[in-house]
Design a protein. Sequence first.
Length: 502
Amino acid sequence: MRTQTKSIIALAIAAGLGMSSSALADSLNSTTVTQTLVTAGDVVGQETYVTQTGEEHTTILNQEGDGQTATIVQDGWWAEVYVDSKGQGNDVEVNQVADWHAATIDINGDNNEALVEQADDWNQASAAISGNDNFVDMVQDGSQNESVVELLGDTNSAILVQEGSGNYGVFRVEGNDNDGDITQYGDNNVGGMVSLDITANQGNNNDIEVYQEGDDNFGAIKGVAGDNNNFLVSQEGNSNTGFVYSLTGADNEIEISQEGNSNTAYLALTTGDDNDVEITQTGDNNTIGDTLIADIQGGDNNIDLEQEGNNNSTEFQVWGNDNDIDLDQEGDTNLATFGAYGDDNDIDMSSDGNNNEITAFANGEDNDIEVHQDGNTNFAYADLQGNDNEVDIDQDGNENEVAITIVGLDNTDIEATQNGDLNLIDLIIMGEENSVMVTQTGNGNWFGGEDESAFMVEGMGNSLMVAQNGNDNLVTGSQTGMGNSISVTQTGDFNSAVVIQN
């Protein structure tokens, strides 16, 4: 072992061994360099360059191995650098400008590269590398920023850029060929891939990209275990939260983009394979997955959610296989809640106006729910239990309401269409092979059961068609039995029909 200090004798000895070291110092600065060769035979030395301008700087460098280089530049007051590099061909560069910076780099492996740049004041950077051919680049231009990188594996890459103040960026991963790119402009932002505890995230080929431009944003992926996962969180406003939480599986792709202020998107515990989720919120105070309700479990799910207005809320849970869900809300203060718990469910929901509410559940196989509301203050509800059910709800107007509940097997083609204002459809189906189609055009039309209850269709092979064209029309009754068929058509205003089949 050879310890080198800032003296002519030490430099001469280092040059004779094929190593080089240089240091420039101002008052009250300290530099300690320890270099140890491990190669037998031909000497392959380390190269160290330390430049200190200012006061109270500290550099402690330990190189154990062959062919390593280190460049330390400190300019300002009270900057600290601690480097412990063990292996071959490692390259460390630290550039500190201004005051009160700290950088700690620990390397155990070969051909790793770590670059740290710190400007302004009170910035901290920490990099721990265990493996080969890893790359770390941390740039902090601001005050009181902190960057933490932990790479356990080979050929991993982490790039952290922070240009505001009070930002925290972290990338911790265990595996190979992982890439992390975190850029934060603004103040008090937190971004990165954070492990559940002090250990690193596990997985291979995970890609993460977090971009935040604003203040008080939180964009992170936490507790990842799996392969080939891709994450992208992009937030440009203030006080936004994009959070995946815990993801277990392979080939998942999640993209969260929020451009307004105070938007929230949760995915909570995400477990499964080949899930593709894209969440886009443009506006303020939008929420997808309030209090960690948004959840994905299963495989081959494809979810696309988009909210462009303000104060919109979406909560979803998908358990099962091959679910395809698409939600689009463009107005303000719209609510949507859906869940698909079976196989091959397809849910498509859209609200274009304001103050609309959609609720849809599916439990079974091959269920299909499609809801479209174009207007304000509309309510649509659909609850499916059974197999091979299809529901289509379309409302074009204001203050319309549809409630459909289906229990049974092989129900087909339930449709409800309302074009106007203040229309109501209340329907419950129990049985098999029922086919219902209700169309209401106008204002104040009602289709339901007696005494303000739902219209009950119970049995097998029932077919019901109701068409009302006008205003303030009413159809009530119930249907019970097998092989029944009802067709009611009312045109005009203030018509009333009561149909009961037993």
